[in-house]
Design a binder for this molecule. Structure first.
Ligand code: TMP
Length: 217
């Protein structure tokens, strides 16, 4: 699995689909069992000033129009790019819960234009692996409490449609791998994790270039 730079691995999908659990399991596995320097990050990064505004918006403490909050989500990624680049170049693998794909799907679900939504994230560091968590048709419905602004069944269904449209229509999604995230008797947490590890091992093995490419360019 040796390579000079680390890999940028993105987990994408709806809220409460299991990304956090699985990304933590992966990070523990890579660092403890494979001796790979690895860090887990999440967007939005709520620890920055911009992230604080996003957090307040998601918790319905402030209002913001749709384009403005979209730009804040994007700015929150951009403000982390220098430190992410430095970490990747010194060999750390980054496992990131959500990236620009959520940016597009969630804002498009509100009615914003997809091309406009994508434009502000063009040039971010291009991931080496994107895993999109998808629930099958037979899956139990995910339950949403409405705790945060977007956590309602109706809105998540709209977001899912946008993720799916994007995935099936765009060449930019051709490198995106779908993880069947149905958590049931047939596919438990461990089975899903095994599938993820196999993608990650291939990605780390095949990392050829030490250069970082730019997203959507
Ligand atoms: P989280 O629950 O993963 O912290 O994400 C917070 C919410 O923000 C989640 O509903 C997805 C949404 N979101 C966007 O709308 N745009 C974005 O660019 C990102 C990263 C998340």
């Amino acid at each position: 699995m040796g390579s000079k730079r680390g890999a940028l691995i993105i987990f994408e999908g709806l809220d409460r689909i299991g990304k956090t659990t699985q990304s933590k399991l992966l990070c523990d596995y890579l660092s403890q069992d494979c001796n790979i320097r690895c860090e887990r990050l999440a967007f939005p990064d709520r620890t920055t000033q911009i992230g604080g505004l996003i957090d307040a918006y998601l918790q319905r403490k402030i209002e913001c129009n749709d384009r403005t909050i979209h730009l804040l989500f994007s700015a929150n990624r951009w403000e982390c790019m220098d430190s992410m680049r430095a970490k990747l170049l010194r060999g750390d693998t980054l496992i990131v819960d959500r990236y620009a794909y959520s940016g597009v799907a969630f804002s498009q679900a509100k009615g914003l234009d997809k091309t406009w939504c994508q434009s502000c994230d063009v040039g971010l560091i291009k991931p080496d692996l994107v895993l999109y968590f998808h629930r099958g048709k037979q899956a139990n419905c995910l339950s949403y409490t409405g705790e945060e602004r977007y956590e309602t069944k109706h809105f998540q269904e709209e977001v899912e449609t946008c993720f799916e449209q994007f995935r099936s229509s765009s060449h930019q999604w051709k490198d995106i791998n779908v993880i069947n995230a149905d958590n049931n008797q047939m596919r438990n947490r461990e089975t899903i994790q095994e599938e993820i590890r196999s993608y990650v091992k291939d990605t780390l093995k095949n990392l050829k270039s030490n250069d970082l490419e730019e997203l959507w360019k």
